[in-house]
Design a protein around this ligand. Sequence first.
Ligand code: GAL
Length: 655
Amino acid sequence: MFGVCYYPEHWSENQWASDAQRMVDLGLHYVRIGEFAWSRLEPERDQYAFEWMDRAIDTLGAAGLKVIIGTPTATPPKWLIDEHPEILPNHPKTGRSRGFGSRRHYDFSSEIYLEESLRITRKLAQRYGRHPSVVGWQTDNELCCHDTTLSVSPAAKRAFQGWCKQRYGSIHSLNEAWGNVFWSMEYPDFPSIECPFGAVTETSPAHQLAFRRFSSDQVVRYHSAMVAALREHAQDQFITHNFIPMHETGVDNHALAAPLDFASYDNYPLGRTDLIMAKCSAEELIPYMRTGHPDYATYYHDQTRGLLDRGFWIMEQQPGPVNWANSNPRPLPGMIRFWTLEAFAHGAECVSYFRWRQIPFAQEQMHAGLLRNDSSESEYLPEIRQVVAEVQAMGLTKEQKTHSRIAILNHAQSNWISDIERQSQFFETDTIQRDYYCALRQLGLDVDFIDEQTDFNRYALIIAPSMPMLSKALLDRIEKSSTTFVFGPRTGSKTNEFSLPHALPPGELQRVLPFRVLSTETTRPDCPEHLVWKGNQYQSLVWREFIDAGHCETIATMNGTHPAVLKYGQRIYIATLTCSRFLVDFFEDLCQSLNLATFRCPDGVRIARRGGLTFAFNYSSQTQSLEIAREGEFVLGGFEVAPQDVAVWRTASKK
Ligand code: GAL
């Protein structure tokens, strides 16, 4: 299934019918509209102007398209902000109010804005909740994008104080929990509690963590109320949201997704690669500059699929150069088709391109569309024609993505902890998690992302690359599970209120891994030391724990002396960051011992499986031959995969 994002309010009405026809001719099925159109839907308070939207939906529907409406809440209009300037959020670094004139200028703690959002959402749902051409809804747009989760507005401060009261009960308990005796930070009562910003130097990590937890809860509260309002009137239409990654929302995306029918993701592989690789050398970047890094798009596809453990949508797919990264290169020919197939291989049910036509005005005029702003076809359009035909010919969406045998335990709080207390500016939980993911993908493995409620027995191997806080419930479940677990550095190193555990790290994890961390050091990434495993030397980098191995077996050492990797039964602990060569060798060996088949992907090649189909993607600039495909019957391409090309084969038995 395929779709496109369209903004009828940006174009003359007499273009709509021909646009709709051209979308259908291209093979598209869905069209998303409306997510920024509040000023046109309600130009003045209570003066609703839905007629243009009626006509737009009718025109699109008459052409055979199915419409998804985005609630316009990412862009409160000027009259509303003038009426209630307190809707604006306050920047968590400066404390200053963030102004009108772009988007996402609202505070999740504003009760007024919540009410206004519910009002416009209900109006839309009442009007279109049974419309035969409207099949679904997108809530808001990329919640929390542009760093909007945290706000230190007066409303946020009041709500935070209430949240603290609820969580800690008495001010004495809060002071104890946060360690406020330190630096005389004790609060006399709840109304005196500050938001953790604007202090002379860092505020208490427990205070910051509480504020992160509170802010995440506020976003979930706001979003869940919106979903409930839609469901009142739109009972037979789906509701989704176009997520940005969890380390960017700063919110528990699993909780955010809970009331939705499915999750969606906005996939901009070149923009992301440019930003993630901003500090890499040109030699490292150039191979991926126009293709995207082989693991960056899928890292988010797999996480989005994991939010609700079901098929997901790409609500926005990069169609050419974007406008928002540091540099915005053109994709190599073939990449739009390639990314589309890749998303399907990782479990997408629909890929929808952003946007239909390049807009000649305003902030995104340099962002490509499927059409140029003169309505001529962009050079990438033939790729979309091709991939629509290919996906249909393969019957791709009839194949179900099955669970992998390997999962990464994804945990919002772990990201917040390394933001709050880095100890080394090079220790960042999401980067560590991505490095582990890349190693597994280089071994040709499919990877699921799970949360702590998932049935662990479904997996042969579960990895927590760095998880400083483990809830008691999670520990109980780990203790009972016979699955093999690998934990990375810092796991179990903090209590639930951001202190060191009395029994030393890894705290309660000692129940399943009886060792103790005596001391921790961090060093510059360009000052590695040796990690010795099975007689081979690798690198120990950035983070190093000095360990009393207790009852655990030492299976790798730092410099041939201190324990670096420990094992106790089916649990393994890696006490340092390492080079990716170690992660690949180590997981290959571990998978072998667990009877999980691995395949060392040739340079730039990645493998993914969906139902009975196996896909190979060649990101490299060389033709690659596919030993792994010997047993299969090709449905696309063949043994030799050209650069930026894809091969798909059907395996005899469904995995
Ligand atoms: C997305 C956003 C769209 C558009 C796009 C440009 O993050 O949802 O509205 O701004 O980026 O790439």
